[in-house]
Design a protein around this ligand. Structure first.
Ligand code: AMP
Ligand code: MG
Length: 420
């Protein structure tokens, strides 16, 4: 059976990122949060755009004020007042100063700003009470960024700080990668939707709802194909549709070794290449990963979608999504990097156990205790059939193959799976 690491490597190797020329859309900066830049951004503007004052005070010529002190203040004539947003009208001559405010443009002739706390005002004269540093409190044109250089590279995910930068650079419209499209369906004769009346033996297809939310959280667009009966014809039709309409296909259920688990044989009949059939992970062992030979997708860049046949158990489906599908989606989405899962070393509050045979993921939550993260495993049964205690999960503790026990207060690696 494949190790988790090997499975991850195979999957990431199968993923072809979206095309930065074709798989793009132009969007408004106001709608850019969480989108990924598909083109590097360059601005022609310098930052700051012009020499400006970092203080409320007086723009002066350093030469005039370099010997100022409390005992021997320099007296200067105020020739102009320059608030932020105005173009100075005059040029400073020896013996002159301009009243200036934070962010206002430096007048020609001035090279230094004296903060107002180090001055005394008498009508149209100002007394400089201390010698400033030469060029003090002047923000020079281009000191933060010079026009023409790259401002942001391709593949960056846009968050409020990048959006502020892009706004300042007047990038009101942006080219970003389109959202990956992820087709989702569930297979199982026992499944109904959340709004149907349950008959004996039926359960709700919770995976469809969970996977749709996970896909959206990962920045992609879910294409919900509903519940498909455990019947080869129905499954074949669903899979054939899904692989021509999505970048990634997620099915859940039907990949185990039961009599009604048809997915793998249908994939084979569709000429899929099956790369993975099971992984040494708990929960989640039955995991199918496949690709298809012919790109027949109507999407802008026709490429072969990756098929993930996730286990039907709700916990297994989510764990395998977090561990394998999410990184694949990150790479596919055009992100320049950082899609690999991030493991943190934290303290375990509880004793954690595994049979040591498969890499084991224990669901639970991280808590900040005196500034140190502590992992608390979820209460109740750790059965992959128990989805109830999955609520509030924001981390999975990982017990590697061969580790059967982690004692309370001992260090454990965790995979963060949700923020907050
Ligand atoms: P399977 O992988 O099809 O053998 O399913 C394993 C277990 O997960 C069975 O108990 C199913 O009833 C349950 N299951 C399968 N699909 C879903 C689903 N979409 N939502 C919730 N539970 C499911
Ligand atoms: Mg089933």
């Amino acid at each position: 059976m494949l190790s988790v690491r090997d499975a991850e490597a195979i999957i990431l190797n199968l993923v072809q990122p979206l095309d930065p020329q074709r798989d793009i859309e132009i969007i408004d900066l106001l709608a850019a949060d969480h989108r990924i830049l598909s083109t590097p951004v360059t601005s022609q503007l310098d930052f700051p755009h012009w020499d400006n004052s970092a203080m409320d005070g007086y723009a002066v010529r350093y030469e005039d004020v370099q010997h100022s002190s409390d005992a021997q203040p320099t007296s200067l004539e105020i020739i102009e007042e320059i608030p932020a947003g105005y173009q100075p009208q005059s040029t400073l001559q020896p013996g002159q100063a301009a009243r200036i405010f934070t962010g206002a443009v430096m007048p020609t002739g001035a090279d230094t700003v004296v903060m107002q706390e180090k001055t005394r005002r008498e009508e149209n004269r100002v007394f400089i009470l201390a010698a400033p540093q030469e060029q003090e409190f002047v923000r020079h044109k281009g000191a933060f960024y010079q026009g023409g250089k790259q401002l942001l590279p391709r593949g960056v995910k846009l968050h409020p700080p990048e959006i502020a930068v892009l706004a300042a650079a007047q990038c009101a419209k942006l080219s970003v990668y389109r959202r990956p499209r992820v087709a989702i369906f569930s297979s199982g004769d026992e499944l109904v939707t959340a709004d149907q009346i349950l008959q004996p033996g039926q359960i709700v297809d919770s995976n469809q709802y969970a996977l749709a939310a996970l896909v959206r959280e990962a920045g992609a667009e879910p294409l919900l194909l509903g519940i498909v009966k455990d019947h080869p014809d129905a499954l074949r039709e669903a899979i054939a549709y899904a692989i021509t309409h999505a970048d990634i296909v997620l099915s859940s259920g039907g990949v185990s070794v039961g009599d009604y688990d048809y997915i793998d044989q249908i994939l084979e009949s569709l000429e899929a290449k099956i790369h993975i059939q099971s992984v040494a992970i708990s929960p989640g062992k039955p995991l199918t990963v496949a690709t298809f030979p012919t790109p027949h997708s109507p999407l802008p860049t026709p490429h072969s979608p990756i098929y993930f046949g996730l286990p039907g158990n709700p916990v297994s489906a989510m764990v395998t999504f977090w561990r394998f599908v999410q990184p694949a989606m990150g790479k596919l989405s055009g992100l320049a990097g950082g899609w690999e899962p991030e493991f943190l070393k934290v303290r375990s509050h509880h004793e954690l156990k595994s049979n040591g045979k498969r890499e084991t993921y224990v669901w639970g939550s991280l808590h900040l205790i005196d500034g140190v993260y502590e992992f608390h495993k979820a209460g109740g049964s750790r059965s992959s059939g128990n989805l109830i205690n999955l609520a509030q999960t924001n981390a999975l503790a990982v017990l590697p193959v061969g580790t059967t026990l982690i004692s309370p207060q001992a260090e454990v690696q965790v995979l963060r799976v949700a923020l907050g």
